[in-house]
Design a binder for this molecule. Structure first.
Ligand SMILES: [Zn+2]
Length: 385
């Protein structure tokens, strides 16, 4: 993987992560005008604003509304509930241990003109009830379909915005919890669905060595050998590409290209995903094998360790270890996934090795051994996340 590409991917991941947040704020600003991000005062878990001098004694909850925002990129949903109050309030929140409920204690405002209860669509919350607590304070009880974690919600307040005729607001954001996949691996390679992703291809050569060996050529050659060995062992193998092509299409955006590779794995309910790459560095003496994973489950690091061990055992290059990394293809695939950097194409000795049939065969053998070891070790862990 070329260095600039890694940097580009990092930038891309940064954008993927933050752009939806921004667009959500924009969407909500359009659809629920009360959620202007510029005026927001986000305080995790509690939102405090001291009553203004001269605040009316009849501070009350005036109205409430909600919106569920779906993020097409992340595949996630978020509920935003907005409660209008006449004046600032102090809000604290707790997840009720007795049932799936989020309880907001709203100090300084009584239940006023707001409806006693609002029925939502049930995706993230079922109902919000506004309850009188005493002469000065109220509660909002959010009934949830299932219990959520502390990290799944936040509560904050928004100042009044006279220019836009918006009152003081209490905002509750609740993320729809992502269902956790339960794995139940069995030992052996037979009948396993394994996706092999030969890095780069077509219009994208990947890294190029000092003697012009291209990364895309080596990754495909090794992947084809892995495929043959795995099929021989009874596994079902899916390749993101079988020839020298772009997976999405020529000169596609980096996201489309990488996403196309993850779709192959996600749509076919693969057991594991293995992406094959060759490293490159400015210093030609640097060499060795490294494997990357993204910790989505308890199995990603195990898969990386098993394959790294296999590659080092059969290839004999320097063991550079395993690392957690946010590369797109290992982050966006839903099953345990790794990205192996077999060696350094920028190192003339490794470039030469990587272009030989014999060494490619050794690398493929290492990956297959690693997969076999993974399934036997994962099976010992039994079912679990
Ligand atoms: Zn690469």
């Amino acid at each position: 993987m070329r260095r600039f590409r890694s940097i580009f991917l990092s930038l891309l991941l940064f954008m993927m992560f933050f752009v939806p947040q921004i667009s959500m704020a924009e969407t909500l600003d359009n659809n629920v005008p009360d959620a202007s991000p510029a005026a927001s005062v986000p305080i995790l878990k509690s939102a405090i604003s001291l009553p203004m001098a001269g605040a009316r004694a009849t501070n009350q909850l005036n109205s409430a509304r909600w919106l569920v925002h779906k993020d097409a990129v992340e595949g996630t949903s978020k509920l935003r509930l907005v409660i209008d109050t006449s004046d600032p309030v102090i809000v604290s929140s707790t997840l009720d241990g007795n049932g799936p409920q989020l309880v907001l204690d709203i100090k300084g405002a009584v239940v006023g003109d707001v409806d006693d209860s609002i029925t939502l669509d049930g995706q993230i919350a079922e109902k919000v009830r506004f309850i009188k607590k005493d002469g000065n304070n109220s509660q909002a009880v959010v009934d949830l379909p299932a219990m959520i974690d502390d990290g799944d919600y936040k509560v904050f307040t928004l100042k009044s915005d006279t220019a836009n005729k918006k009152s003081f607001r209490v905002v509750v954001d609740i993320n729809k919890p992502v269902p956790k996949v339960v794995y139940n691996f069995t030992p052996g390679l037979r009948n396993k669905v394994i996706v092999i992703d030969p890095g780069h291809g077509g219009s994208d050569p990947g890294a190029i060595g000092p003697n012009k060996v291209q990364e895309k050529t080596v990754t495909l050659a090794v992947a084809q050998k892995v495929k043959a060995m795995l099929e021989n062992a009874g596994a079902k193998v899916l390749m993101t590409r079988q020839t020298d092509v772009d997976v999405y299409g020529p000169n596609a955006s980096a996201v489309d290209e990488l996403k196309a590779r993850t779709i192959v794995a996600n749509n076919n309910k693969a057991d594991v995903f293995v992406s094959i790459h060759i490293n490159a560095f400015s210093n030609p003496t640097v060499g060795g094998t490294a494997t990357y994973y993204y910790q989505k489950s308890n199995y990603d690091a195990l898969l990386a360790n098993c394959i790294q061990d296999g590659l080092v055992a059969t290839g004999g290059l320097q063991d550079r270890g395993t690392y957690s990394a946010g590369f797109y293809v290992i982050k966006r695939t839903t099953m345990p996934s790794i990205l192996a950097e077999l060696g350094f194409i920028s190192n003339p000795a490794e470039e030469k090795l990587l272009s030989t049939y014999q060494f490619q065969q050794q690398m493929a053998q290492g990956i297959v051994q690693g997969l076999d070891k993974f399934f036997s070790q994962a099976a010992k862990r039994g079912g679990g996340l």
